[in-house]
Design a protein around this ligand. Structure first.
Ligand code: GDP
Ligand code: MG
Length: 424
């Protein structure tokens, strides 16, 4: 069995958490490589129903070690709250099964504050941030103005570093936004509380991982969001502030030389998108509401209704290519069972011409979807566990997508529960 990455092909919320929870049985270590607590991965298994934000989705499997890699935005406050929530449902989280990279930078209270202030300043031109501080955090990281988790283990150094950052950050808070400054007392109190709580989990995960891999352990990289939200390859600027692609996963994980040989790209059987940005195949009104209800398309983190539409082939093919996907997991096929005909956005029309390309971001707003339809199956498929159990119309839909996006669909998911899937 090779090392594997589970990544999103589209705009996120494809069902990655569900696929990680399923596939972890074959792996020893699950690593979150990028992003922060703005994610929402819903996992339903024998321990209950969980909305994970920063914790790796391998946390439910006994014997699996979960790592928060150096590439994540580590928010000690929200992480701790999430750990308490998950523990309350009987899941053990200890330094044995959760390890935090000493090289992960800390998302501090002022990052959330700045996210909010900037969205307010942007008003009707807002980016649709979840206001979890992710963009200010990554900007600071690349300006070399964050604190690494490992600094918590060196208190004298930490205090001096905190004071330097505070002086700098208060200039932005007060002079750019006219907001209240943060005081050293506030910052120290926050570190004394949340910093201390996560301290036992912090270690040199790079060393741990190198040794584990040398000893033959198998690694699963878990990504957040999808290819179309990647800071380099997505619909910039309506993207997240990190790389969501499989190629980045080993870098953010802490084992930069260990590429995933198996890249499972997760695609939903229709399109959804949270927040702002071009979304060519978008539906509105009654049609949209029906699909949203059928799929329960409300954000796990924010409860926001997700924008919905038919499967977007140009976007999905592009997502497959930038992810370098070797296998596809097609999720939520069961949601389409109510439709008489299944619509697909097969191509785009741009300035009177049809194209198969996922065009440059600024041109996407001028694209119109070219829709083709396939016959629906109109029956409950949620009990299907073998390919033969699917009606021919559902098989045809899967095969059409497979051919159009150029990647094998290895898994078809027909329900949110762990075992509700077909492996081809
Ligand atoms: P992620 O962010 O990619 O992990 O995806 P989310 O968890 O945000 O969104 C996927 C949602 O669909 C979750 O509520 C899952 O429980 C649910 N889900 C996943 N796969 C299936 C499926 O095959 N059928 C149905 N009906 N729901 C699914
Ligand atoms: Mg999600």
């Amino acid at each position: 069995m090779s090392h594997c990455a589970i990544v999103g092909i589209n705009w996120g919320d494809e069902g990655k958490g569900r696929m990680v929870d399923l596939l972890t049985s074959e792996y020893d270590i699950v690593i979150r490589c990028q992003g922060g607590g703005n994610a929402g991965h819903t996992v339903i298994n024998e321990k209950g129903k969980f909305a994970l934000h920063l914790l790796p989705s391998g946390i439910f499997r006994d014997g699996v070690v979960n790592v928060l890699g150096n590439g994540v935005a580590l928010d000690p406050e929200n992480l701790w709250k999430e750990m308490e929530d998950v523990r309350a449902k009987g899941v053990a989280i200890t330094p044995e099964n959760l390890k935090i990279s000493d090289r992960a930078s800390l998302l501090l209270p002022w990052h959330r504050q700045l996210d909010e202030l900037e969205e307010m300043r942007l008003a009707d031109k807002k980016y649709g941030s979840t206001k979890q501080g992710i963009a200010p955090f990554y900007s600071d990281k690349y300006q070399k103005k964050t604190i690494m988790a490992g600094e918590l283990l060196h208190p004298a150094h930490l205090k001096e570093h905190m004071a330097d950052l505070l002086e700098w950050k208060d200039l932005t808070l007060t002079r750019v936004y006219g907001a209240q400054p943060t005081t050293m007392e506030q910052l120290e109190a926050w570190f004394a509380d949340y910093g201390e709580k996560i301290k036992p989990f912090i270690c040199d995960t790079g060393k741990y991982l190198r040794e584990a891999v040398a000893a033959g352990k198998k690694v699963l990289y878990e990504a957040q969001l999808g290819a179309l939200r990647d800071v380099d390859y997505g619909i910039y600027p309506y993207v997240t502030s990190s790389n969501t692609i499989a190629a980045y996963a080993p870098v953010g994980a802490g084992i930069p030389g260990l590429a995933a040989q198996k890249v499972v790209g997760v695609v939903k059987a229709y399109s959804t998108c949270v927040g702002e940005g071009p979304f060519v195949a978008e539906w509105f009104g009654e049609e949209a509401e029906k699909l949203r209800q059928a799929g329960g398309e409300y954000g796990a983190k924010t409860g926001r209704p997700r924008r919905v539409g038919p499967l977007d082939i140009p976007a999905t093919r592009y997502g497959v290519q930038v992810q370098g996907a070797t296998d596809i997991a097609l999720t939520k096929l069961d949601v389409l069972s109510y439709m008489d005909e299944i619509p697909i956005c097969a191509r785009y029309e741009l300035n009177g011409e049809e194209t198969d390309d996922f065009v440059f971001p600024v041109l996407l707003q001028d694209c119109r979807p070219v829709i083709r339809t396939m016959p629906g199956w109109r029956c409950d498929i949620s009990g299907a566990r073998r390919w033969e159990d699917l009606p021919k119309e559902a098989q045809d839909y899967v095969l059409y997508i497979e051919k159009a996006i150029g990647c094998r669909i290895t898994y078809v998911s027909v329900g949110a529960e762990r075992d509700a899937y077909i492996e081809r």
